[in-house]
Structures are given as structure tokens and as C-alpha cells.
Design a protein around this ligand. Structure first.
Ligand code: SF4
Length: 376
């Protein structure tokens, strides 16, 4: 950053880094602030790499308040890497149910198996080995190593991208390659020699609690005096806003096929939205000439499961969003009239009472709660 003759700072997209006096003051202030203000979170009470790893994976795309219960239940069920590796994937997904982004759970499980097979069940310490594990990228590896054993590893995630962009008054797009490179360099340069775990957590805490995306609490910020974005009043412009997601509307139907006290469940395939989870048979609603909705439902059900059914009444309409899709899901009852499921193990009749044991998609769980009491 350079200073003009009128004493104002000019923000660049290719920023220069602040000098060592700035860095030293920044470290001192943020560490002192974090020691006084850190929230008491369950994963902050340990330096066990496994627990930190689980928390970091859960916290990706998910808020802290949501993660706390899931984290405690998960560690109670699988207290060690070996326990997780020995578990069935269905158990892991059941505990993850509702957290979303289920790929995270499958990769965590797969990585636990790699650690048992290749590292005697102990979380590896070599950066290359850590990053070689399924689902662990540069950020997660840095977070585990710094928080777990104070390795001198930088981090960059949503909160620190925002904090660093503002501390550097970086006007470019922080998501693009050039921006990422600069911010990673800054993350490495600003790291202290000691207490790197505390320092990295302090940065994330500052981003989450003070330097928020909209309306940052600059008057409470411990590094306000060092912040060019505050000085220039550019908090609303830095970082550059992300491009708005274009949403797509979808119309789908789910069918609750009953036969006595059992219903049909189908496991989503590896390429599907909820890969590995179970759901009621579900398909897109498309307009076909001369075909009523009931006929479409019966045809689609037979194609998907091999069963013949008679479509019944609509139970509910659930509106929900998944990534860029805004979905309207109409849920119907249907009675089994014939046909068999065949040998496909991913479609099965399940006792209604056993539905609790199955990892279901979010809407699958909602629909399971709508099963009319008369059929229980
Ligand atoms: Fe963020 Fe404001 Fe602190 Fe700058 S002064 S780091 S914009 S909270």
C-alpha cells in the first residue's frame, strides 16, 4: 500500500504488504483480544487432532450453533479414528443427517479408514500426508496442524478472506487465482512464530464476530487502527461481492408407497443429490401430453422400483433449496397393487418403525413424519 502526498492511502489490487512493525502490532492486538473474547466451543477445549478435524469438516458451510450438537454426538458415537473407521457408512450418515453436504461425511469416513490402514490409526503430521487424505484441502490441513500442535501453517477460508481483504484494502476479486495467491501469501507472512493455532483461531473469530460481511463492528475491532478499509470507509465495497447465484426452479414429486406397516425406500446413487442417503422414491415432474399427474406418478414409480401402485392423495408440498435449485416437492401417498422389488438392494420395503435407523434426506425425514397414524 502506498501513501499519497495528501496523506490518504491508495488501495491497489496488487497490494504491497504492511511492514514488520504493523505485523507485530497486529499479532499482539489480535491475540490479546482473542484471549479475552474467545467463545467457549467444545472443539476449543481439546488439542486432539481427530476432534479438531471433525469440527473443521462440520464447520465447512455450516454455522457454529448448528455444529455444536452434531459434534458432541459424533464424538460420543465415534470417540477415536479407529471407531470411525470401523463404523458402517450408514451409521456415519445417520449421525450427519440434517447437516447437509453429505460428501463431507463420506470423505471423513474414508479418510479415517486410510489413517487406520496407512498411519496406524494416528493422525499424520506431515503436511503432504495430511493433504493426501480424502476431503482435506490446504485450509483444513493448516487448521488441524496449527490448532493441534502449533505448526506454522497458514489458513484461508471465508472469514479470513474477508478479514485479510479488508486489512490489505484489496480491491480485486479474492476468489480468483491472483487474489487467492496474494491472500495466502499474506496469511503465511502474518503468522507469528509461536501460538499459531491461537492466532489462526483469533483471525476466524474476528471474521465471524466482528469483521462480518455486512455492517462490520469496526468500533469494537481490536485492529481498527491498523485497518485501511476502515480508514477509507470502504467496508461495503471490500471484499468485492460474490456474483449472485442464479436460482433454477424445479418441480418434483415424492411417493410414499405403503403396504401394511411398510413403505418403500430407495438409496440415492453415487451421482445423485443425496448420495448414500435413503429417500422415498422421487422424480422430476414433467408435462407429457395426454398423461395425468397420477399416471405419470405410477409410470415413474414402476420405472424406478418395478412396483405397480395406485396413486392416492397429496400429503404435503415441501419447498426447499439445494445448491442453486429451488425445489417444490409434492408428496403423494400410493398403494401397492403388484410387482416385486427384484434384487436391487438399493430399493427396499422398510418397517415404518425402523425409519428412524435410516439416514434419510432432509425431505425424506420430513415426509416420514407425515405418515398418517392410521398406517402405523
Ligand atoms: Fe474489519 Fe472494521 Fe476491523 Fe477493518 S476495522 S478489520 S473492516 S472490523
Amino acid at each position: 500500500m502506498t501513501q499519497n502526498h495528501d496523506n490518504s492511502y491508495v488501495p491497489y489490487t496488487s497490494v504491497e504488504f504492511p511492514d514488520s512493525a504493523w505485523m507485530a502490532q497486529f499479532r499482539r492486538r489480535i491475540l490479546a483480544w482473542f484471549r479475552r473474547n474467545a467463545r467457549d466451543l467444545p472443539w476449543r477445549r481439546t488439542r486432539d487432532a481427530y476432534a479438531i478435524w471433525v469440527s473443521e469438516i462440520m464447520l465447512q458451510q455450516t454455522q457454529v450453533v448448528t455444529v455444536i450438537d452434531y459434534f458432541e454426538r459424533f464424538l460420543a458415537a465415534f470417540p477415536s479414528i479407529a471407531d470411525l473407521a470401523a463404523a458402517d457408512e450408514q451409521e456415519v450418515l445417520r449421525l450427519w443427517e440434517g447437516l447437509g453436504y453429505y460428501r463431507r461425511a463420506r470423505q471423513l469416513h474414508a479418510a479415517a479408514r486410510v489413517i487406520v490402514a496407512e498411519h496406524q490409526g494416528r493422525f499424520p503430521r506431515e503436511p503432504e500426508q495430511i493433504r493426501g487424505l480424502p476431503g482435506i484441502g490446504r485450509y483444513t490441513a493448516g487448521a488441524i496442524a496449527s490448532i493441534g500442535w502449533d505448526a506454522r501453517e497458514p489458513i484461508l477460508e471465508a472469514n479470513t478472506i474477508r478479514v485479510f481483504s479488508r486489512l490489505l484494502a484489496y480491491r480485486g476479486d479474492p476468489q480468483k487465482n491472483a487474489g487467492q495467491q496474494r491472500l495466502w501469501e499474506f496469511a503465511a507472512g502474518v503468522l507469528p512464530k509461536r501460538d499459531t493455532g491461537l492466532f489462526n483461531q483469533a483471525l476466524m473469530e474476528l471474521g465471524s464476530e466482528i469483521c462480518t460481511p455486512r455492517g462490520p463492528l469496526c468500533d469494537q475491532c481490536p485492529v481498527r487502527a491498523l485497518c485501511p478499509t476502515f480508514r477509507l470507509g470502504l467496508q461495503d465495497e471490500i471484499p468485492l461481492p460474490k456474483r449472485k447465484t442464479k436460482y433454477e426452479d424445479r418441480h418434483e414429486a415424492a411417493v410414499l408407497v405403503r403396504r401394511g406397516d411398510r413403505v418403500v425406500l430407495r438409496r440415492c446413487g453415487p451421482e445423485e443429490r443425496w448420495a448414500g442417503l435413503w429417500d422415498f422414491p422421487r422424480f422430476p415432474v414433467t408435462a407429457r401430453r395426454g398423461e395425468s399427474l397420477s399416471q405419470q406418478l405410477e409410470r415413474a414409480l414402476e420405472e424406478l422400483t418395478g412396483l405397480k401402485v395406485e396413486a392416492g392423495r397429496k400429503l404435503a408440498t415441501i419447498k426447499h433449496g439445494v445448491t442453486r435449485f429451488r425445489i417444490t416437492l409434492d408428496c403423494y401417498e400410493a398403494d401397492w397393487t403388484g410387482g416385486r422389488l427384484g434384487r436391487n438392494r438399493d430399493v427396499r420395503w422398510v418397517e415404518i418403525a425402523a425409519l428412524e435407523d435410516y439416514p434419510l434426506s432432509v425431505t425424506g425425514r420430513q415426509l416420514s413424519r407425515l405418515i398418517p397414524p392410521a398406517s402405523l
